[in-house]
Design a protein around this ligand. Structure first.
Ligand code: KG4
Ligand code: ZN
Length: 362
């Protein structure tokens, strides 16, 4: 089976062709994965503007889908280039989601192929399988991006149980906000990652958030872990102000480059430790056989490096996607779509985009 994946939940228009088959260790093969990024459009505003995002998806979607079919090679671009269409239903920006979903439905109708709606985070989780083959189960997967920071237990293929989530900001959002207050531009993750490499990660005192109150709205599961990053962001802001005062700088002046690198390194250390403490604690508590990290922040060099070190110490295989599969892309949506289709899921014409869709509902 060959699947066309379509992803438009945020600021990337993406289409991909993924094929079933290959060997046991790699159940799916990516034939093409085209991503049209809107980063340049949103950069001027310091963050994503939903209306601009939806309009740009409309401009890009036809070309991106055509290109994905072409890039898949001559063997694919024939009479029936794909047998199924998988498309992100939610969560995300509703106007942006609607562009992809409506396009997918129209294409499915006109070509006479089935379509299957996919949860965006199921896509991020399946990006791990796309890259490294089936994970030994049960697995604990951390999905960490600009919109989400959640921990899932995967007990069986396609069965995702949420163990925790952020109570406030997502980790990627914290990266973006800290970059903004340091005057480093948008998106913040890649630039902080780069600058942190040459900074002292103990130079700036920043606390690790400890959540002391249980979330009354969530079931008390063993292995349950929540996250919080807004306090850390406030601590960074306070440290930046203190350093400006100590150096006699104006309230909005840029810190010297060496100080910026130290702030980046210290912030990145605390975020990484918070994420990995939760991931490996949950894995130990629940007797997991592997762990994974997916989503845009999984591109972070320190997170990847430290995860591998901790995995080796705990005797657990660590799955991380290739950088091209860590930020939003349609290959991961196609992979999750094949999984859902094989489990019997089908899209109805009346299905709608859902801005806040729970993974367990999908
Ligand atoms: O998964 P994604 O492409 O979109 C969402 O679904 O949110 O993730 C985007 C997020 C942004 O917040 C960006 O700053 C962050 O991922 N990010 C990184 C890195 N590359 C992207 N964060 C830390 N280090 C990186 N290298
Ligand atoms: Zn994402």
């Amino acid at each position: 089976m060959r699947v066309l994946g379509i992803e438009t939940s945020c600021d990337e228009t993406s289409a991909a062709i993924v094929e079933e088959g290959g060997d046991e260790s790699r159940p799916w093969r990516v034939r093409s994965n085209v991503v049209a990024s809107q980063v340049e459009i949103h950069r001027a505003w310091g963050g994503i503007v939903p209306e601009l995002s939806a309009r740009q998806h409309i401009r890009d979607i036809c070309g991106v889908v055509e290109r994905a079919v072409e890039d898949a090679g001559p063997a694919v671009a024939g009479e029936r280039p794909y047998d199924l269409i998988a498309v992100t239903q939610g969560p995300g920006l509703v106007g942006s989601l609607l562009v992809g979903l409506s396009f997918a439905k129209a294409l499915a109708w006109s070509r006479g192929v089935p379509f299957v709606p996919v949860h965006h985070l199921a896509g991020h989780i399946e990006s791990l399988v796309l890259e490294g083959g089936e994970m030994p189960l049960p697995a604990i997967v951390l999905v960490v991006s600009g919109g989400h920071t959640s921990l899932y237990r995967v007990g069986a293929p396609g069965a995702y149980e949420r163990l925790g989530r952020t109570r406030d900001d997502a980790a990627g959002e914290a990266y973006d906000k800290v970059a903004k207050l340091l005057g480093l531009g948008y998106p913040g993750g890649p630039v902080i990652d780069r600058l942190a490499a040459d900074g002292d990660d103990r130079a700036v005192p920043l606390p690790k958030t400890r959540l002391t109150h249980p979330d009354r709205n969530a079931p008390d599961l063993p292995g349950r872990r929540d996250f919080s990053f807004s306090g850390l962001k406030t601590s960074v802001a306070r440290q930046v102000t203190l350093r400006r005062t100590a150096l006699g700088l104006a309230a909005d002046a840029a810190l010297p480059p060496a100080e910026v690198r130290d702030v980046c390194a210290s912030f990145q250390r605390v975020v990484t430790e918070s994420l990995l403490d939760a991931l490996f604690d949950a894995a130990r508590t629940l007797g997991a056989r592997s762990v994974g990290i997916a989503g845009g922040v999984s591109a972070n060099s320190r997170l990847r490096r430290d995860a591998v070190t901790r995995g080796a110490a705990a005797g657990l295989p660590v799955f991380v996607p290739h950088i091209s599969l860590s930020t939003d892309n349609a290959a991961m949506i196609a992979a999750a779509g094949i999984r859902a289709y094989r489990a019997g899921r089908r899209g109805a014409w009346g299905v709608n985009a859902e801005a806040s869709l729970a993974l367990e509902q999908a």
